[in-house]
Design a protein. Sequence first.
Length: 389
Amino acid sequence: MNKPVILVVDDEQIIISMLGNLLHKEYRVLVATSGEQALKRAQEEGPDLILLDIMMPGMDGYEVCRRLKQQQNTCDTPVIFLTGNTDANEEAYGFEVGAMDYINKPVRPAVVLARVRAHLQLKLMTEEIRRKNVELERAAQLRDDVERITRHDLKTPLNSIISVPGLLLPLYDFSEEHSALLRNVERAGHKMLEMINRSLDLYKMEIGAYQAVLQPFDIAPVLAASANEAVASHLVAAKSWRLLHQGGPAAEGAQFWVNGEEMLCYPMLANLLQNAFEASPEGGVVEVDMDDRDESAALIRITNHGEVPQEIRDRFFEKYVTAGKSQGTGLGTYSARLCAETQGGAIRLEPLDDARTRVVIEMQPYRKPSEEEIAALLGGQFNLRRVGR
């Protein structure tokens, strides 16, 4: 293993000899007796650390250090000043020009060895962090590239699957049940296509780089579409769902306005509802309750029979947490939490006493103005304009 290289710069031969004798057992020691010689040797040899005297004839240590920090191959080399001056302002100036530390003269061998070892170790750690950061950047770029390639390669066969129901349905007299199954295939294909398109968005949400575009919309149709798709895969087990509003049956065409991003709400609700149906027993009913009584939050409560295992309740929305599912990945509830939080909302688990489980989603509320309020607003604007004339 090569020894670390130490460059000792001092115009006093006694200091050079003493430091050389002290350091040579652990390090390869280079010597310079002037500032100009120090700059030349630093460029040629690339030392791992420099012990630099401040008071030298001609170019002093401050100027040497300043120039070292301006050159690409020596800018990261740690510099420790050797000085007999204990003035605080001089020390502060030394740190300004790039020094890492000071060793006062007359030098004490134990202090020299301790400081040199410490700064060499710090340099190694810094270089390792830089190397790992480069690797992480490369890995992130590779991940992005793989994501793009995967999405492109998956879309081609998926587009064929999506187009088949639309081609077959007008040509053949399918039964109502078979037609419904083909429509489910078509909807599932569109859902998968959207998931592929948004796979990179999930990564951006993880690192906080996703910029959600929030706007008012009626989330009730998204709820219905997500629930119908989820229940379609559980028809054999006679599972079903019902939509509630503030605890009671929702009226036909009921609306539930929130401030969010519709394309984030779709995968969030689909994951949570699929999870609820999977946990429900045969013949179970999943309830979806829309509650806008609280002016500070629009609440969506998804309730199903079946309990979340005690050992994962506190970690239910963490990545890769799952229990009791042979095919479970632990990503559905995790991505749902990311989608909720990215929209400025929240999500929580509420185990109920009667062996049921409830997931509560908090969304930013939006109250749609009534026709009377819109008319009053428009009328007020008209009056203001007329007065302005």
